[in-house]
Design a protein around this ligand. Sequence first.
Ligand SMILES: [Zn+2]
Ligand SMILES: [Zn+2]
Length: 350
Amino acid sequence: MKALLLSQYNQLDITDLPAPVPGADEILVRVAACGICGSDVHGYDGTSGRRIPPIVMGHEAAGVVAAAGSDVSNFKPGDRVTFDSTVYCGKCEFCHKGEINLCNNRQVVGVSCGDYRRPGAFAEYVAVPQRIVYHLPDALEFQEAAMLEAVSVALHGVRVSEMKGGETVLVIGAGMIGLLTLQAARAAGASRVLVADIDQSRLKRAEGVGADETLLLSGAELVKEILRRTGGKGVDLVLEAVGREETISASIASVRKGGTVTLIGNISPEVKIPLQVVVSRQIRLQGTAASAGEYPEAIEMMTSGRIRVKPLISAVAPLDEGPRWFERLYTHEPNLMKVILDPRKPGKNA
Ligand SMILES: [Zn+2]
Ligand SMILES: [Zn+2]
């Protein structure tokens, strides 16, 4: 089969590899769409240490069942499917509680990190355990389904924030996750959603997917404006989708007493926080990681149109063009959001 292989850091090659053979409880998926994730781009040059070559990356995928192992009963060849990026063990104490994102033996499709190596979906075929596979409604296109991981991450971030409805919510960072998180907060009943970023074109997009108010501000200026717009009180919930010291400080200063700051972004490994403000104003700092069972809800939200992903897809390209798209994402070409590769599309090398 044709595959996009990270042969060494910063080098992707279109190669021919043997197609995987599905195990007894595995499903062989013929890939129809696979999104390039930020984590793939960070793995590409070796900085994250989670894509040790040689590895076929790619975990945001959808396609058609090509074959099923002998223990598989819920899927048959021809079914349209997608799958979770997380392969959980189903046996540890966290899995038993449904917290599969915290699984002690968690693996991710398309990752090699020293402990394990799991071939991903930048290829014509990928094999995955049936427990992570979901049926795809006909109304959902493969390229939309490739956005399900990101939508699930957004839904999980909102879920752990424990919204009750009627909140004023501030989303900091209008990148992919911020734009989905704002839609998830809206769907969870937020009465007012404000979005802050330092890039005007991102804020335009935020308006396009339902932000009530946008703020082209950061730091102290942002805090001042948020307090002005909330009568000095602050917002009920901040969904922080950047993860730098400045944006986390601004989040803490923008939330009301007893409010919640949910930390989604984590660009900086360490930041300083104003401890006395957090303690004396009884602010809840809540981390959120990946997703835990939100795929069915994400599929429903996208099918019903309550979460829209099409405005966030920048390009759908043949697999052969993968090396070029990785390079463009790696060099931070402006205005590029999600790029999806389709191995069925004929490329120049086909
Ligand atoms: Zn991803
Ligand atoms: Zn587990």
